[in-house]
Design a binder for this molecule. Structure first.
Ligand code: GLC
Length: 447
């Protein structure tokens, strides 16, 4: 992983990160009859596997993290003044969508409004008209984004934060109920705008369903009424894939941050989201180290072999530009994904269970009668005995077609293979591979 992050998260920001992690704490959102998409409706998202996320807003001007307004207790007027400087001249959304395509992403998620309240669209429901349209740029970036995604063939995802630090009622919802109600109204109005003004919303990605930075998304459900909010979403966008961060359990399960993924296959829809940079900020920060190529490939492999999707965040600067290092790394990973795409897209994790600490081991993805072994340590793999499964291996090849000697329990790789972060062997089986599926979102490990 990248070394020397220039900034460390503390306080509420750090707790916010930890609370959403599969490895740290369950979300356990409220259940609501009829809201969840069906198994069939989720298949496109599960097949898509790769997404690109971006955080871009007023915080990109300051470069001290997207929590800068709250963390540094900046005066409201001072922070709002930044909107008069947010005026990218030479920026086209197609730069980002075409980079997402180069990355191999099938969907994008744009931060339409973060916790600071600044909406990147023409939002009639925005409290005090704190929007890009009403300030310097006079642009509707959500429209530009949706159109660019649609013409690039990318599915459209909107990140939206229900909470907004500009409201004192956020910090004291019981003491200042009227102010808190205004914030809630803004949330309902803005979510409705997003769901009715820009064509299909393929993904709705909430973040920040808690109150006063305490408890969890679920403990604030009394306030947000996520069943009501998401029923409204379903009315306009019946097939939107919704994440679990509004207090409702959602259609998939989220693991946030750059920490490694471990444990067994999680046979439900889930997504790892992380930064391509160090993870010390989701918004632009100067000299934020870029994660190494091998580490990113290993993360991708660890995610897909456990049946997850991978959503990777980039952070444009105030002008919407990405650093050369980020662009290069994105393209490098994208070329790798393209070359090895058949072992990634449309696959499901397994059926061999990954074993923690046995690195060169039996991590795999499957698609019908194909199984792809993802070998990250060639030496360790030499000792691996494949678990017994009901299907029989009828051929074993590298993706370039080179054949490998095999028995039902052992694959012998050709000599002299170049070192690679992931060597992939394709096994063809005598019939489609039987794997366990589950529709239920459940929580594993350390609760
Ligand atoms: C964390 C951060 C938030 C960021 C989000 C992305 O919740 O606190 O700022 O937008 O992760 O998933």
């Amino acid at each position: 992983m990248a070394t020397k992050p220039p900034r460390q998260m503390t306080g509420a920001e750090l707790r916010s990160m930890l609370k959403s992690s599969v490895n740290f704490k369950s979300l356990g959102g409220v259940k609501c009859e009829g809201l969840k998409l069906t198994f069939e409706d989720m298949q496109w998202w599960r097949d898509a596997k790769i997404g690109m996320f971006f955080h871009w807003g007023l915080y990109s001007i300051l470069g001290r993290g997207e929590w800068v307004y709250h963390n540094e207790k900046l005066p409201k007027a001072e922070y709002e003044g930044l909107a008069h400087e947010f005026e990218p001249q030479d920026f086209s959304m197609t730069e980002l969508t075409s980079l997402a395509t180069d990355f191999g992403a099938k969907y994008m998620v744009m931060v339409t409004r973060h916790h600071d309240g600044f909406a990147l669209w023409d939002s009639p429901g925005s409290y005090e008209q704190f929007t890009t349209m009403a300030t310097a740029s006079k642009r509707d970036f959500v429209r530009e984004y949706s159109e660019a995604c649609q013409s690039a063939g990318l599915k459209v995802g909107f990140y939206y934060s229900p909470m907004d630090w500009r409201f004192p009622g956020y910090f004291d919802p019981k003491g200042l109920p009227e102010n808190a109600a205004l914030m809630k109204k803004q949330c309902y109005d803005q979510v409705e705008e997003l769901c009715t003004s820009y064509g299909p919303v393929d993904i709705l990605w909430y973040d920040g369903g808690w109150l006063n930075h305490s408890g969890s998304d679920t403990t604030s459900a009394w306030f947000w009424e996520p069943e009501k909010l998401n029923s409204m979403v379903r009315k306009h966008q019946p097939k939107a894939v919704i994440n679990p961060r509004s207090g409702w359990e959602g259609d998939f399960y989220c693991d946030e941050g750059s920490h490694p993924i471990s444990g067994g296959i999680i046979p439900v829809p889930w997504e790892k989201n992380m930064c391509i940079n160090s993870g010390a900020s989701w918004g632009w920060m100067e000299d934020d180290p870029v994660t190494g190529f091998d580490d990113l490939v290993h993360m991708l492999v660890n995610v897909i072999c456990r049946d997850g999707n991978w959503l990777v965040n980039v952070a444009p600067d105030r002008n919407g530009k990405l650093s050369v290092e980020v662009v290069n790394r994105v393209k490098e990973i994208g070329a790798w994904i393209k070359a090895n795409g058949e072992s990634i897209y449309n696959t499901r994790g397994g059926v061999y269970e990954p074993v923690d600490g046995v690195f060169g081991s039996t991590r795999s993805t499957t698609n019908k009668n194909h199984m792809y072994l993802h070998i990250t340590d060639l030496k360790a793999f030499a000792d691996i005995v494949l678990p017994t499964i009901p299907e029989q291996i009828i051929s074993a090849n590298l993706l370039d077609g080179t054949s490998c000697a095999f028995t039902q329990s052992k694959i012998t790789l050709p000599d002299g293979l170049p070192s690679s972060p992931d060597t992939i062997v394709k096994l063809i089986m005598n019939r489609d591979i039987i794997r366990e599926e589950s529709e239920e979102i459940y929580f594993t490990r350390r609760e």
